[in-house]
Design a protein around this ligand. Sequence first.
Ligand SMILES: [Ca+2]
Length: 376
Amino acid sequence: MHHDEEGENPVCLPANFKCPGQSRWETSRVSRSKGKVICIENRVRRISQTKVNRLKAQCMADEVYDMDDFLKREYSLTKPYQGLGSSSSSYWDMMGNALITTEHVRLTPDLQSRQGAVWSRIPCYLRDWELQVQFKIHGHGKKNLNGDGMALWYTKERMQTGPVFGNRNHFTGLGVFLDSYPNENKNHEKKYNPSTQRVFPYVSAMVGNGTLAYEHDRDGQSTEIGGCTSLLRNIPHDTFLLIRYSKNRLTIQMDVDGQRDWQDCLDITGVRLPLGYYFGASSATGDLSDNHDLVSMKLYQLTVDRSPEEEEEEELTIPSVDHFERFNKVEVQDEGMSTVQLFFTIVFSIIGVFVLAVVAVVMYGRWKENSRKRFY
Ligand SMILES: [Ca+2]
């Protein structure tokens, strides 16, 4: 046995692991003999070529094993989408204008005023999971003349239509929005504030409690808990989004470069999502449109160690985010008075003036009477 193999447990690299400045398996010769440098979990170690090969083989085998073991087919939607929307044995439902092809589920075509969605039929009781979404958003419209985008869901409600990318508003649970049209910049051009401007397409997340409203006209800016710009549209290859939820931590990563390299988009702790909600994806077009193609949604169960206290954490009924106010960094601009406010302001002003006038008349009358009494 080689000396460098003694007492070493080879550790597999995580799927998206990358040493600083190195590609995943990049090795470089450090001596004329068999020594190589390999990057393993942030440590650079000198090991033999044999071991490099063995490690590679083992990691690859483990990855295949992981994929099979942790992919949850009942919450995943993959080609060839067998029975989707028709068979009672399918794990998924389809609604609206959504259409199945051999390559994808087209949630909306590149046509005006369409809505489409797919929803998982089985509520999910996994505590820690990772959802990998493969998709393609493309169309004829020029930049910012396309819309509206799509959304991924983990919510209590399912199969409802509405104004939030084809889904209902006031939803309960998690919504992740791939917003390709900047409504706010359009609607508030004069009040446009460069410090709060977001560049579109913009990916963001929101946790709804059933009463909180997603404001479409403001692209959900007032309720978002985080987000990032991601140039995910009209790209020649497929694009990917990853949502990881583990131990109340929500992470979103994007891969739109086709390099299999995840870019961090959002990482928030203190996100509390109840069990038993449904996964879904929806999309809508308005005056502007795009093809919103969903290639796959793969749900993986994550295995996580928990302390006894964490195990005993009380089960939630309402989704929430700890210290939600910390996200309200955007100052709500003074929009001036609404018509209703203006109406009541005028009414109360008139009443106020009238009351004052009556009081003044009465006071004057009394004063006059008093002064008369004094004279006589
Ligand atoms: Ca928008």
